[in-house]
Design a protein around this ligand. Structure first.
Ligand code: AVI
Length: 327
């Protein structure tokens, strides 16, 4: 490790609240006891899952990341003007380093950066790199599940306001109720004068959306199945990985991708003393990816006490960024 990396690591004061195997097992047992069966998509992101997700973002069919990045590049000056200067940026997830770089680079003199991220490795890698690149921005990482309340580390230099950053349409991976809870928690984190910049994937031709979640190279399928590998390793379940198949369908009436693992045969999966029977063809719901219209997103934000003050879309209305403030 070179000296600059060692210094950046040492300066990044880490608060570590990562999930323990007992929590993961309890969530898996609850999901497999439900009808239909479910598993929480938040556990996709172990080291291999994070690597596979990065690979998804490079697939030709997965337009979301490319379009959002291009949108940020094109609109950063306008975004910076709407946000104002001297902000403490709080990112829910450490996500794509490139988007954070564009933001920290494009904003006027941001004072601090707090990513809240469940994967310790992803978190430390991102602040180590960003700490070297943005030496005037204090790195204050928090290792935690961002869906639970987190108290924000205080920056040494006072910030003008807090900006919550939640790109990538990750909000779409939560049910409406969970998304509202998350938006309310952003509302608490930002305070009365703060704001949130949120990336949302927009409703469009279902063929374009379905292709993005069923890439030809099979990277998304590997990403979905990796959830089972992770559970086997971390909580001692005995999923047979080749006993399940990835399926992602756009449910137009609900405007969302629904990703499932389909049981290839009748089989029993065990977690400790718990046994779960699957029929042949039985589906287990593992992820939703909500898409939005202006009306549906504004209505969701309103239910969390937020209003949309600014919006930017790419030229083809595939992806949008929205700036929210307390209503
Ligand atoms: C992280 N999230 C926004 C991705 C999405 O598009 O819902 C996760 C993903 N799942 C399958 N492909 C990508």
């Amino acid at each position: 490790m070179n000296a600059a990396i060692a210094r950046a690591r040492a300066q990044a004061a880490l608060t570590d609240l990562r999930p323990q195997p007992d929590d993961i097992a309890a969530d898996a047992i609850a999901g497999l006891s439900a009808a239909p069966k479910t598993l929480p998509s938040k556990y996709f992101y172990d080291a291999e899952g994070s690597r596979l997700f990065e690979a998804i973002t490079r697939q030709p069919e997965y337009y979301l990341t490319r379009v959002e990045l291009a949108l940020m590049e094109a609109q950063m000056a306008s975004i910076a003007q709407a946000v104002g200067d001297g902000v403490h940026v709080v990112e829910f997830g450490s996500g794509s380093g490139r988007k954070t770089e564009l933001l920290l680079d494009g904003l006027q003199a941001p004072v601090a950066y707090t990513p809240i991220e469940i994967s310790r490795t992803a978190l430390m890698d991102s602040v180590t790199r960003l700490g070297q690149e943005f030496s005037d921005v204090q790195m204050l990482p928090v290792c935690a599940d961002f869906t639970r309340p987190v108290s924000l580390p205080r920056a040494d230099r006072p910030a003008q306001r807090t900006l919550v950053f939640f790109p990538g349409s990750t909000l779409g991976n939560f049910s409406d109720d969970e998304a509202i809870r998350l938006l309310r928690s952003m509302r608490d984190t930002m305070g009365d004068d703060g704001c949130a910049l949120i990336g949302i994937d927009l409703d469009k031709d279902p063929a374009i959306i379905e292709a993005a979640y069923n890439d030809q190279a099979g990277v998304t399928a590997a990403f979905t199945l990796n959830l089972l590998t992770r559970l086997n390793r971390e909580i001692g379940s005995d999923f047979e990985i080749d006993g399940f198949r990835h399926r992602a369908v756009y449910a137009r009436e609900r405007m969302r991708i629904e990703t499932m693992l389909v049981s290839e045969r009748a089989q029993t999966v065990r977690i400790g003393e718990h046994a779960f029977d699957f029929g042949a063809g039985e589906v287990m719901h593992v992820e939703i990816s909500q898409k939005y219209t202006d009306a549906s997103f504004s209505a969701l934000a309103a239910r969390a006490g937020l209003r949309v003050t600014h919006g930017w879309n790419d030229g083809n209305d595939r992806f949008g960024l929205r700036l929210l403030q307390p209503a």
